[in-house]
Design a protein around this ligand. Structure first.
Ligand code: NOJ
Length: 452
């Protein structure tokens, strides 16, 4: 064992105040495995990963990190690390194999056991209702592009609230709707691999409506619920001070940072910046504007990097393109995301500026770097410093009186990183994917010390 040389930081969790929520975040498809056990139905990620060429090395989440069988071990490790809040998502097709209709009691049982085990060991569950794994049976009917998703989703949310709402109080309706609609229904690089505006625009509109409808159901069915939803967000910096680049940056900002929160606050879609969004009207019905509004108890913001954006005539609809971090001579993570801690501060500030946002939690932040396993240890100094530097910025925001009430590391163990497969490791805990052995990384040791 190498002796950890944990860089000093100067802050402990106590400096953020007694009421600050500290946790770790995960998602069902990325960790659970057991993809067809106990009557689980297929999800769009089971289908998407089964097609050659979609995922790095054609990897998939059939086993993932076998959380389905190892949840007790993982929760006990969280407990040993003084982690008090655990964010995980429910797999819709584990609960409803066909997306609608018959409930799979074995799926309900699994989540009951998981929730109960968390509570027995002093961990508060934070449940995400939708973290991208739509039941395949619903995709066969058009998925998020079909307006019927509103009814399917409402039925699913009601079932979850009735099954778990006596013990789960913290709920997040959607995880990063911009990513699952953009990557899944416009670019086709995530499940279900659909492309183009005709898929994307209705998917956006239906996700906006589900976001609010889901919130209303949780509030009506769960006593003392704390209801939120989560958004991906990145500081957008224009490539130069040329007016064309500034305009390009404002369009990217509207699309990446504003598209899903603003309708929920009654501000509508940011059509003045991205005029193609006006076409959402085609998919709108009377009452939709009002039904898109919901007063969330908290907003979860998920920040990793910043984007530098440049004008580009050939990019349809927005004439803007992201300049890759690798082309900019900056420090990057394995995802080719720039390490840029002020981005998290600026996002906290941006979301604070919205009237109607009551509480803000960082529901994801973390980084993938190459981890080297040496003598049963992983000395991941880059990740550790990344987390410390981002946390300094969270503290700066708090010192300035901005709302920020919690922070969840993405993620607990290494896991399946969507199209990138198992290559980028984001965990505080290293996983040997062959043996499923867990090894606490230096970043995990540091986080434990920070929380203790
Ligand atoms: C956002 C997503 O919610 C999560 O599923 C993903 O693994 C991380 N960011 C890292 O890319």
């Amino acid at each position: 064992m190498i002796k950890d040389n944990l860089p000093s930081f100067g802050l402990t969790s106590k400096d953020f105040g007694e009421d600050f929520t500290w946790g770790v975040s995960t998602a069902a498809y990325q960790i659970e495995g057991a993809y067809n056990l106990h009557n689980k139905g297929a999800s769009i990620w089971d289908t998407f990963t089964s097609k050659k060429g979609n995922i790095h090395n054609n990897e998939h989440g059939q086993v993932a990190v076998d959380f389905y069988h190892k949840y007790k071990e993982d929760i006990l490790l969280m407990k040993a690390m003084y982690i008090k809040h655990f964010r995980f998502s429910l797999s819709w097709s584990r609960i409803l194999p066909n997306g609608i209709g018959a409930i799979n009691n074995e799926g309900i049982d699994f989540y009951n056991k998981l929730i109960n085990f968390c509570l027995e060991h002093g961990l508060t569950p934070w449940v995400t209702l939708y973290h991208w794994d739509l039941p395949e049976a619903l995709q066969q009917k058009g998925g998020w592009a079909n307006r019927e998703i509103i009814d399917w989703f409402k039925a699913y949310v009601s079932i979850c609230c009735k099954a778990f709402g006596d013990r789960v109080k913290n709920w997040m309706v959607l995880n990063e709707p911009m990513v699952f609609t953009g990557a899944g229904y416009y670019l086709g690089v995530h499940a279900p691999g659909k492309k183009g505006l005709k898929q994307f625009l209705p998917a956006v509109h239906h996700a906006v409506l589900c976001q609010a409808e889901g919130g209303r159901i949780v509030r009506s069915l769960v006593a003392n619920a704390n209801v939120g939803t989560t958004f991906s967000c990145s500081q957008i910096t224009p490539y130069s001070s040329k007016p064309k680049d500034i305009l390009a940056a404002s369009k990217a900002d509207a699309l990446l940072n504003r598209l899903f929160i603003e309708p929920s606050l009654g501000m509508g879609y940011p059509t003045e910046n991205v005029s193609v969004l006006k076409q959402i009207e085609k998919y709108s019905k009377p009452g939709d504007v009002e039904n898109s509004i919901f007063e969330f108890d908290f907003i979860g913001i998920q920040n990793y990097t910043r984007e530098v954006v440049k004008h580009n005539y050939f990019i349809p609809y927005i004439q803007a393109r992201i300049v890759k971090a690798s082309k900019r001579a900056v420090k990057t993570t394995l995802m080719d995301w720039e390490v840029y801690p002020p981005s998290i501060y600026n996002m906290i500030k941006k979301f604070n500026a919205y009237k109607g946002v009551h509480k803000i939690l960082i529901t994801e932040n973390g980084a993938a770097f190459t981890d080297t396993l040496l003598n049963n240890s992983v000395h991941d100094v880059d990740r550790l410093q990344y987390l410390q530097n981002y946390l300094q910025q969270v503290k700066k925001a708090q010192n300035e009186g901005l709302k920020v009430d919690g922070y969840f590391v993405w993620t607990f163990t290494d896991n399946f990183e969507w199209a990138e497969g198992y290559k980028p490791r984001f965990g505080l805990v290293y996983v040997d994917f062959k043996t499923q052995k867990r090894i606490l990384k230096s970043s995990g040791r540091w986080f434990k010390k920070f929380l203790s």
